[in-house]
Design a protein around this ligand. Structure first.
Ligand code: COA
Length: 422
């Protein structure tokens, strides 16, 4: 038996491994963003369009939130399809094959299912045959949480390549008669490819926090949540409920403090940041971030006017946009900061190391990527049928095939076919 101390300095007694006799220290790794991409639906819903849906007006929305328009997913667009497209763009910039990816995390509050995870579906559509996949639920802070989890897997040397995605189709869970919420949110996805390297830089530090006592300020009830039994009937299943003023107070309290804390832990100060990318919730909160960090407003990225609040996708979309427009240069110090339902909040400090990159060149790797996407599309039906075949005797197999064909003939599905996710 051996005396150990945990990080708080309290002593603990642990039984040492009989398997690991000589500890072989792994070399220190750094997690770098080497690819980025975003995908937003093409359908635009402007404030003027909203005037026809709820009792509101453009002036009120712009003054209180800064939002002018947002993107709304069409029927065939889903959280998975947006996430997959953003990930494909990020893979193009990174010039990495899907089969080289070890881990996919999708931060989302609007998964297509509670299970399977959206990440598992993305993994299948990409043909990322060597990747683990899971969703992460931390509402609008989800992308920062997911980035931190993936970066730490890379830093420890467990994995080398990860895709981290923030993706939402919030329009599907909006109460379109509640003018306090439906004016704020929009749909979209952003993704990054993280890669391990011994070159110093990349993700430097993060702070993740939660205060669950505020869970009722921003909720999306599901699976018979206690909210849906409220006698005043204010909360519906699969509809967003928000206490706007409560969330505003919370956001302005944590936005500057958390980023300052993440900087402070690595002996940096806000004035050293080249760009802050906050969660795109509301222009007034974004401006407050600049004030509280005592940095000029131009150093705080904003696209809330064009996309509204896309929850877990917002920081990922803003990051991809900033990188595409070369607003971020190699060596820049970035601060990411998010907050949202949970309550959750988090901040991350990141040293940008990716060299400017052009959109896909039709290289050999590009061709191999397209090949892996195509193979994934072919593999899916074959593997599904093979699984069924293994379970059924030949007579029942033929009967099942006949049943399926006749059902399709009578009732063609409106749900996007697998191919349309690509
Ligand atoms: N259009 C026109 N009028 C509206 C309106 C709308 N869309 N929504 C509310 N109003 C009205 C209210 O009914 C109220 O009218 P009254 O004074 O006659 O009662 C008035 O405008 C003020 O409403 P209030 O709710 O006090 O507004 P607000 O200044 O708090 O702004 C938010 C509302 C939602 C914009 C603001 O609270 C906010 O931004 N909160 C943070 C939300 C957020 O960021 N959420 C996501 C976090 S991840």
């Amino acid at each position: 038996m051996m005396g150990m101390t945990n990080h708080q300095g309290r002593s603990r007694r642990l039984y040492p491994s009989r398997i690991i006799r000589a500890a072989r220290p792994r070399p220190l790794r750094y997690a770098h963003v080497i690819g980025w991409g975003m995908e937003v639906p093409s359908e635009v819903l402007s404030n003027f369009d909203l005037e026809a849906i709820v009792d509101t007006n453009d002036e009120w929305i712009v003054t209180r939130t800064g939002v002018k328009e947002r993107r709304i997913a069409e029927q065939r667009e889903t959280t998975t399809s947006l996430a997959t497209r953003a990930a494909q763009k990020a893979l193009d910039i990174a010039d990495v094959l899907p089969s080289e990816i070890d881990l996919i995390i999708v931060a989302t509050a609007t998964p297509e299912h509670i299970f399977p995870s959206t990440a598992s579906m993305v993994q299948d559509f990409l043909g990322a045959s060597n990747a683990g996949a899971c969703d992460l639920s931390a509402a609008c802070t989800g992308f920062i949480y997911a980035l931190d989890m993936a970066a730490n897997k890379i830093r420890t040397g467990d994995i080398n390549n990860a895709i981290v995605i923030g993706a939402e189709t919030l329009s599907r869970v909006m109460n379109w008669s509640d003018r306090g919420t439906c004016i704020l949110f929009g749909d979209g996805a952003g993704a990054v490819v993280l890669q391990g390297s011994d070159v110093p830089g990349g993700i430097l530090n993060s702070v993740l926090r939660s205060d669950g006592s505020g869970w009722d300020l921003l909720t999306l009830p599901t699976v018979g949540s206690r909210d849906t039994y409220l006698e005043d009937g204010s909360h519906e299943m699969h509809r967003i409920y928000m206490d706007g003023k409560g969330v505003y107070r919370f956001a302005t309290r944590v936005i500057g403090d958390s980023l300052r804390q993440a900087l402070d832990q690595i002996d940096l100060t806000p004035d050293q940041l080249n760009l802050v990318i906050p969660h795109q919730a509301n222009q007034r909160i974004i401006n407050y971030a600049a004030k509280s960090l005592k940095i000029p407003e131009e150093k705080v990225y904003s696209n809330v006017a064009r996309f509204g609040n896309t929850s877990a996708a917002s920081i990922a979309i803003a990051l991809a946009e900033a990188a595409d427009s070369e607003r971020i240069k190699p060596g820049d110090l970035l601060g990411l900061v998010g907050f949202g339902g949970g309550l959750t909040w988090g901040a991350m400090v990141l040293e940008w190391s990716a060299l400017p990159s052009t959109r896909p060149t039709y290289s050999l790797t590009w061709g191999r990527r397209q090949g892996q996407y195509a193979m994934a599309g072919l593999r899916r039906p074959v593997v599904r049928w093979w699984r069924r075949l293994m379970l059924l005797s030949p007579t029942t197999w033929v009967a099942a095939l006949m049943r399926r064909l006749s059902r399709r003939h009578r009732n063609p599905s409106t749900y996007p076919s697998d191919g349309e996710h690509d």
